[in-house]
Design a protein around this ligand. Structure first.
Ligand code: AMP
Ligand code: FES
Ligand code: ZN
Length: 301
């Protein structure tokens, strides 16, 4: 196969775009997809102060590398979850990456907050992933707000986004559907949240890291076996295999035709968050989810 841009030998084939690219042209393709996402969805402007949530995995490191080379004002934030099997190596990858590219980095240690994930897991009966996600979102938002960042970027890719959309549609979760998308505006104590990689698949971010020589963490979280969206990802991979390009058209179709209707429903029902009685974090209840976890841990000793 020949490169679609320069006719040299292609090293990455992309059936979804009926295209193939050599290594240098692939980097151009990747950059253009990110720029297109930023422009079409008005994610942020050059004057924005962006904090990138860095897990150490391929997606968030690819995102940081790309935004840095586009000249955006970026910093990194890593949440150290204190999971012995995966956290030390994830943190090391993030620290080395930021060091080598002079990207300012914040690290928040959940152990210091009394929220080491193995401890949380040992005190609850249901899977820890949803509480872990809640804790991560809380601290990502808190630091972004406290330090005056204007946007929080995550490495969610097209596979993450379509699997979540499919799952929310299957359960007709109107509230989640109204909130889903690569852009959530700043409001009610929440920082603006953006997902500049939403046009790119997992394969595409992995290929980017390979070509750009980005060393990323491969250690999976030991608790994420059977993670909630993995079944939907498998189903959608089969669909994509038979009909290349369907994931992107499904997601863009939702953003262009469906999302607004659900967002309006949410607005009509109007639940405006108010500050948590304990910590001031915006919540729709009296006490926020993280403070409830903390008090549950304190009660159970
Ligand atoms: P995941 O839910 O693990 O697929 O992660 C989705 C995105 O959340 C990643 O691309 C990161 O931007 C962010 N993220 C996940 N885990 C962490 C972490 N421990 N610290 C900072 N950001 C994270
Ligand atoms: Fe949170 Fe696995 S990363 S439970
Ligand atoms: Zn609280």
């Amino acid at each position: 196969m020949k490169c679609t841009r320069c006719r040299q030998k292609a090293v990455v084939a992309l059936p979804s775009h009926t295209a193939g690219f050599c290594a240098p042209c692939y980097l151009v393709y990747f950059e253009r997809q990110v720029q297109r996402a930023i422009k079409e969805r008005r994610l942020f402007k050059p004057e924005d102060k962006i904090i990138i949530a860095l897990s150490g995995g391929k997606d968030s490191l690819a995102l940081a590398s790309q935004l840095k080379s586009l000249g955006y004002d970026i910093s990194g934030l890593h949440i150290d979850l204190a999971i012995p099997e995966s956290s030390p190596t994830a943190r090391e990858h993030v620290e080395k990456f930021c060091d080598s590219r002079a990207i300012p980095l914040f690290v928040l240690e959940m152990k210091k907050q009394g929220l080491a994930i193995p401890k949380v897991k040992s005190r609850i009966k249901r899977p820890v992933c949803s509480i872990c996600g809640k804790i991560k979102r809380y601290y990502l938002n808190k630091l972004a707000m406290d330090k005056g960042f204007t946007a929080l970027a995550t490495g969610h890719n097209l596979d993450d986004e379509t699997a979540r959309l499919f799952s929310n549609l299957f359960s007709w979760n109107e509230a989640y559907l109204g909130d889903q998308g690569p852009y959530l505006p700043e409001e009610n104590g929440f920082v603006r949240k953006v997902k500049p990689l939403y046009r790119l698949s997992e394969f595409e971010t992995a290929s980017f890291c390979f070509i750009a020589k980005i060393n990323y963490c491969l250690a999976p979280c030991p608790y994420s076996r059977g993670a909630s969206f993995s079944f939907y990802k498998t189903l959608l991979d089969e669909l994509e295999h038979r009909q290349p390009g369907r994931k992107l058209s499904f997601y863009e179709g939702f953003l262009n035709k469906g999302q607004k209707a659900f967002a309006m429903l949410n607005e009509e029902r109007g639940i405006t968050p108010s500050p948590c009685r304990e910590c001031g974090y915006p919540t729709s209840e009296d006490i926020c989810g993280v403070c409830r976890v903390k008090s549950m841990l304190a009660d159970s000793g």
